[in-house]
Write a new protein. Sequence first.
Length: 293
Amino acid sequence: MKSLLMGTTILLSSFTLNAQGTDTSFKKFITSFSWMPDGQSLILNIIKIDKAEKLPSSPTKYLFHLNTKTLKQLSIDGSGLAAAPNGKSIAYFKRINDRPAIYLYELSTGKEQPIVVDTVRKGALTWSGDGNNLAYNISEGSGPSSSVEIVVCNLSTGEKKQITKGSPHKCYSPSWNPVSDQIAYYLEKGDGRDQIYLTDKNGSFHRNLTNDTTTLNYYPTWIDQSTIIYTQDPDKQIVFQLNGNKKEAIAGIKTAEAKYNSKTGKIAYIENEVRLVLYDMKSKTNQVVLELK
């Protein structure tokens, strides 16, 4: 039977969620988050952990609606959720017969379909601005000698192309420019000096953006076509303008990862694993919009 989002709505009171009612035998944490393109909601993964350690942890995917302060449970059994630019579907990772695959979940029907199925481990999905391509990490091996590269997949043709050749270094966390073919990522060399790099969907160039000789830099995401935000270890958020190589720290945020939404002009981040916070770039103010209890 079809139903919108195929889920259950949970009402919030005073921005606070107790997903188990009066049940205090579980701890709840937000382990991942991402924006829906229209800025009206965010995708959250909330994990429930038994305090007595008798039951296995239980992750659940939700859409958190900012206007109504409600959570809509999503019937998605997977990880790495990333909404398509048109907001109609969500790409995610799912294991089928122990084979890693990329699936597409249609929000209007709750139906899912495989779009990439092979034997390579995958992570960190990002959409092209036109919705025609996905970029993601692939990895082989384990430990320091493992390889982590970036692949672009054309959704119309199914053609896949590896656009990095970083080995023995590792290329993590691709993020696609919202209006062009450029892709930002970070390169780990094992020297404690991870750098933010820029390439395109063909891997035709690789430019070191940060050139930071002091610390780690990671998790780049785009603010607009010429500006990114990234984390400088351990919790400083840096806004970097590609035109002019200008860097500026955001004083009002301390977090390991932040994500911007252009419709709202706000940055979302998680605080202490239980609070979802929005930072307004214009007013430079923070607002806690969800707190788990």
